[in-house]
Every structure is written in C-alpha cells, then in structure tokens.
Design a binder for this molecule. Structure first.
Ligand code: ZN
Length: 505
C-alpha cells in the first residue's frame, strides 16, 4: 500500500513538473506572438533578453536531476500505472533524454547562430546573393549533424530532423511516399498547366479582385472562422506580417494580414490558421503539457489547417453558402463579378510559379518535393552547400517546369534553413496527403456534408475531427492515426484523386 502511494506520488510529481515546463513554454509562445503583433521597434533587444531568460528557465526545468529521479520512480512502478500514464511517462522520458543529452553550449550556439543567420538570410535574399548566406547554412548543417550524433538517429542523421517535427517518421518512409506522389503529380500538374495557359491565352484568367475594404474583410474573416467553430472566448485574431497560430487550449492566437486588393489571401490564410487553432482548442485540456495533450506532429497539424482551407473552403458548396454574405460585405467591388468567377478565383492555378508560399494546391507539393530531395542529399553528404543553388534550379526545371532567374526566387526564398529547421518541409505535403484521406473518410462517414457547408454549417465535420483526431493528442504517429481514422495506409492516392477531381477538368 505504501509503495503504491509512493508510486502515485511520483506520477503526480511528474505531472506537476511537466505542467511547469508547459506553462513556461506557453509564456515564451505568448512573448513570441507579441513580438510579431505588437512589439515597438525599440523593444527588440529587451524582448530578446526576456526570451533568452525564459529559454534558460525552461531548459533548467526540462533537464533537472529531480525530473530524472521522478521519471525513474514512475518507470520503476510502471506496472502499477494505467496505460495512459505509461504513455505520459514514456513521452516525458523521450523529451528528458533529448534535453539532457544536448550540452547547454550547443543549445546556446544554435540559438545564437539562428539569430545571426536570420539577418544574413534576409540581407542575402534582398541582394540575391547565396554566397553571403552559404557559411551560415554550412554551420547549421554541422550543428544538425552533431545533434544527430549526440541524440542518436535511425538509419541516417536526416531521420532525426524529420522526427523532430513528426515523431516516429523516418526519411525512408517519407521518400517512399514522395516518390509515389511525384509519379502521379508531375504529369497531372503539366496537364493542368497546359489547360490554364490555354485559358489565359483565351483571356479567361482569374478575375482581379480590387478595392475590398479592410475593416469589412476583418469582420468577414472573423465571422467565417467563428462559424467553422473557432472559439473566440478562448482565442483572438490579430494582424502580423506572416500569418501564424500560437498557443493551445484556452488561449489560441491566430494572425492574418489584410490587403484591399487580396481579399482571398486574408480569407484563406485566416481559415488555414483557424484550422490549426481548432486543433489546439480541441486537444484534451486535462493532459496539457503531456504527450496526450499535444498535437500528433506537424504533418497532422498541417492536415487540419489544409482540410479547412482547401477541401472545405475552396469547395463549391462552401462558396454557395458564403456568396450572399461576401456580396453584402463588398457590394461595390463585386458588382459584375459572377459567383462562378469568384469560385474560380478561389481555385486559380498558376503554372510555373516559383514561390512556395504563393503556390496553389496543385503546385505546392512540387515545391515540397524539391526541398525534401535537396535536404536529403545535403544530409547524406551527396550535395555540397556550394552546389545547392544549381541543384535547386535543376530540380525546379524538372518539377515546376521553370528555372528561377535569381536566388531570391529560388534557393533563398524560404526562412526555414536560417533557423536550422531541417526536416520541417515534408510535413506540409504529408499534411496535404492526410487531409485528403480524412476528407474521403469524412464524406463516407458523414453523408450530406457538402449540403451542410452550403448552409454555413460545419459542426458535424468539426465534431468528427474532435473525436477522431483532436481528442487523441500524440497517442499515435501520423501513420497510425491515418490508419485508425480512415482505415487506409497513409499514401498519396487520395490527394492525387482529390486534385484530379477539383483541378483536372
Ligand atoms: Zn500551416
């Protein structure tokens, strides 16, 4: 009896310690949100100091000997713990090992390098000069390799980079999925490109949308995201240069951006971030800070944002529901623009677009295949940093059908590598695959779903996602989650079929 009490005491202590780490992380997240939304220019140095102190405190909590002792006590009494508690302990052990095996000096070096590399990247991109950024990328790669040696990895160092964003996934698994995707997607994209180019030549390009009052846009995107189910009692929508979602549980912050001549950009980036936010609001609050209370990984996270943004909000049914409200909000700029033209504008494809963040649904995944291939070669030592721009341009021609004219629209376009965030890109396309599979499953399980959308109702879909995805936290990796929810293995077929259906005609 006494021993049982000691064991449950150890588990209670573990939860309390995880909670403190989680709270520290949430404070850092909030400061990061504030930095991008509200920060006066002159306060950057102070904010850097605040963030560094919080990171130090969180690292101290996450590597404390006391945490190690509590974990060991929980593991010694493992048989007495229920299945959920054992998952919590295993997840905490994994994080503890990762945190303690990295020397503080390396963590600090990475933070310092990321800050320097970010500024070097921004300047290099503006000057279209890869050589100015290359030394920083070299250093980041060297650090990533050292990290992999210290923490261990599966078959190759790149596995650790992938696992950091999508626990349980390996480069070989991603490679196999992307090879199958590429085989179907390249010919499909070429066919869609040809049709889009012909339409443009006939003067049938997407309609220009200009002069949309920004205040009216703000009211509209708030109303739309609230209707999707985003809870504004437990969240906010603000403005930042690059849209993002921060926070979880009862405090989820979305950001978007407004441009009078880009009303669909605000609408779709808001819906995208709201998809992330719905996931964060739907995670089980009782387990906050444990593996049962966090997202399954970046791929599943991205599946939630993409499902709402693309499968739901670019559908004809969604636009049937939205159109009267959209017209009422912007009567002037929409005069003379038909419902069909609006829906077409929401589904426009741009052949030969070189910029990932501006890419449509069809081409987006080609941008990701390119980045994955290059990261894989860099980590394997098959590609030198100095040869990266040429390799980028060659792959761009192969996949997108066009070579960049300078590094700014090629190898220097993304911020990720300046922060050493290797292995992040694949989660976008894995998320698109999972979204397409969830969509197929949702339509089969919830008949009449599209009629719901045309009435502005989304509760059945959200309820299903809450039960099947959100409530499960990180109990499973992306493969197991997809298998359980959809009954099919994670693969590119549903995405290819969806793209064919929506864009192939
Ligand atoms: Zn996203």
């Amino acid at each position: 009896m006494e021993t049982d009490q000691a064991k449950s005491f150890a588990y209670g202590e573990l939860l309390a310690r995880l909670r403190r780490i989680h709270v520290l992380g949430s404070v850092a997240g909030l400061l990061g949100w504030d930095e991008q939304v509200n920060l006066p220019q002159g306060a950057a140095a102070r904010r850097g100091e605040q963030m560094a102190l919080l990171a130090e405190l969180a690292h101290a909590e996450g590597t404390a000997a006391g945490l190690g002792a509590v974990l060991a006590a929980c593991e010694a009494g493992g048989a007495e713990l229920d299945a959920e508690a054992r998952l919590v302990v295993a997840g905490a052990r994994r994080d503890y090992e990762r945190a303690t095996r990295l020397p503080t000096e390396l963590v600090a070096e990475k933070a310092r390098l990321s800050s320097e590399a970010y500024h070097a990247w921004a300047a290099a991109r503006a000057a279209r000069d890869f050589g100015a950024f290359a030394p920083f990328l070299e250093k980041h790669l060297a650090l990533a390799r050292r990290e992999a040696e210290l923490l261990g990895y599966g078959e190759r160092p790149y596995d650790l980079a992938i696992d950091r964003h999508d626990p349980g996934l390996t480069a070989a698994q991603v490679d196999a999925l992307f090879t199958r995707l590429r085989a179907g997607l390249v010919p499909l994209a070429r066919r869609i490109d040809a049709a889009a180019s012909e339409a443009l030549a006939r003067g049938e390009g997407p309609v220009a949308l200009r002069g949309f009052d920004v205040e009216a846009q703000r009211r509209l995107v708030r109303a739309v995201t609230a209707r999707l189910g985003f809870d504004y009692e437990r969240g906010r929508l603000d403005v930042s240069l690059h849209p993002f979602c921060e926070g979880s549980g009862d405090d989820v912050r979305l950001t978007t951006r407004f441009d009078a001549d880009q009303p669909l950009d605000a609408l779709y980036s808001s819906i995208h971030e709201a998809g992330h936010g719905l996931y964060e609001q739907g995670l089980p609050a009782a387990y906050a800070g444990t593996v049962l209370g966090v997202a399954a990984g970046m791929a599943v996270h991205e599946s939630q944002s993409r499902l709402w943004e693309n499968q739901v909000a670019r559908s004809r049914a969604f636009w049937r529901g939205l159109e009267p409200e959209f017209r009422a909000a912007f009567p002037g700029p929409l005069a003379g623009i038909s419902g069909d033209a609006l829906h077409a504008a929401a589904n426009a494809v741009e052949p030969g677009g070189l910029i990932r963040v501006d890419a449509d649904e069809v081409h987006y995944n080609l941008h990701i295949l390119l980045r994955f291939e290059l990261e894989k070669r860099l980590f394997a030592g098959e590609l030198a940093v100095a040869d990266l721009p040429a390799a980028w341009d060659d792959l761009s021609e192969e996949l997108l059908g066009r070579r960049p004219e300078h590094a700014g629209e090629g190898v220097l376009q993304d911020v990720h590598w300046s922060g050493g965030a290797f292995g992040y890109f694949p989660s976008y396309t894995l998320g698109n695959m999972i979204a397409a599979q969830l969509w197929t499953a949702a339509q089969a399980r919830l008949p009449g779903l599209e009629e719901d959308f045309s009435r502005g109702e989304f509760g059945r879909l959200l309820g299903w996602l809450r039960r099947e995805v959100h409530a499960h936290g990180r109990r499973e990796d992306a493969f197991a989650l997809t298998r359980r929810v959809t009954g099919a293995e994670l693969g590119p077929e549903a995405l290819l079929a969806y793209l064919e259906q929506r864009y192939g005609g």
